[in-house]
Design a protein around this ligand. Structure first.
Ligand code: ATP
Ligand code: MG
Length: 269
């Protein structure tokens, strides 16, 4: 799989209309082979996560952003299936509380960045502060505009402190969102996921696309790249993300800590 084609090159222009949400070109097999392929990848991820935890040296931060129904929850369930919950945390960022709002926007974020040996997955993130906040004019433009540079500086600091950062924008089409919202309406078991507020956001689709484009252009950096993941096909989305995470962990060249000397002479009575 050549996932590099989904990485946003630093300072490049992004037109999301040119990125096909239905792309599945990097998977050689047939769709029906996808579950097996993912199973292999999740097994590998399980091994690497154990190594990360055991070595307790590196830190991994995964940021997930998407329009409603984009598949953030599905990625968390399927890509991280089988990892040891002890070393993996999910932090979900909803509309800020009054206390959170009384601080700077990165305050609530920083508390959840990974410690040594940990993987933290952000389900939404500080990027909401240049997305929903921009689309709804929650702060003046001169305030949110400064945030691209602030976020880059924040992430650069994290990277220098040993955090590997991977950011995924799950790219679905507006039609696909319609289908997924309809499924939530039609299936009583999915009603809990349906929020009529999502329809109001859907109406602002073009504004969101513009906000996402500028976010991708301004904050995809060497130390914290964005990937635009084709996400209309759930199986493909999972494969791309799993592949990317595994590749990043393999690059860390991790090793289990050295054993205590003399283990071979120990006899347990
Ligand atoms: P999700 O929509 O992520 O699947 P959910 O439906 O359980 O999860 P919601 O209650 O919809 O959660 O909370 C997410 C909402 O919070 C989104 O509409 C998002 O735009 C909003 N939100 C997140 N961060 C901020 C922020 N910094 N400022 C304003 N709104 C925010
Ligand atoms: Mg929601």
């Amino acid at each position: 799989m050549n996932i590099d084609r989904y990485r946003v090159k630093p300072n490049s222009k992004v037109k999301l209309a040119d990125w096909d949400p239905g792309d599945d070109s990097q998977f050689d097999g047939d769709k029906k082979d996808a579950p097996k392929a993912l199973e292999k990848l999740t097994d590998r991820l399980e091994e690497l996560q154990e190594l990360l935890y055991a070595e307790s040296k590196h830190k991994l931060l995964i940021v997930l952003q998407a329009m409603d129904t984009g598949g953030k929850d599905g990625v968390i369930r399927h890509v991280f299936d089988g990892v040891n919950p002890q070393g993996v945390k999910v932090a979900a960022f909803k509309a800020p509380t009054p206390i959170e709002l009384s601080h700077d926007y990165l305050w609530r974020i920083h508390q959840h960045t990974p410690a040594r040996g940990e993987i933290v997955i952000f389900n939404r993130s500080h990027y909401e502060d240049v997305l929903v906040v921009r689309v709804h004019n929650l702060v003046p433009e001169d305030v949110w505009r400064k945030r691209y540079d602030q976020i880059n500086a924040f992430e650069e600091m994290l990277a220098e402190e040993g955090v590997t950062i991977l950011k995924f924008y799950l790219h679905i089409s507006k039609d696909e969102q319609k289908e997924r919202l309809q499924e939530r309406l039609d299936d009583p078991a999915k009603h809990w996921k349906f929020s009529s507020g999502d329809l109001a956001e859907r109406k602002r689709w073009p504004d969101y696309m513009a906000a996402y484009e500028e976010m991708l252009e301004r904050t995809s950096t060497k130390h914290a790249p964005w990937f635009v993941v084709p996400a209309n096909r759930k199986w493909y989305r999972n494969l791309v993300i799993s592949h990317t995470v595994i590749g990043a962990l393999e690059e860390l060249k991790m090793q289990f800590p050295a054993a205590e000397p003399g283990l071979d002479k120990i006899v347990i009575e």
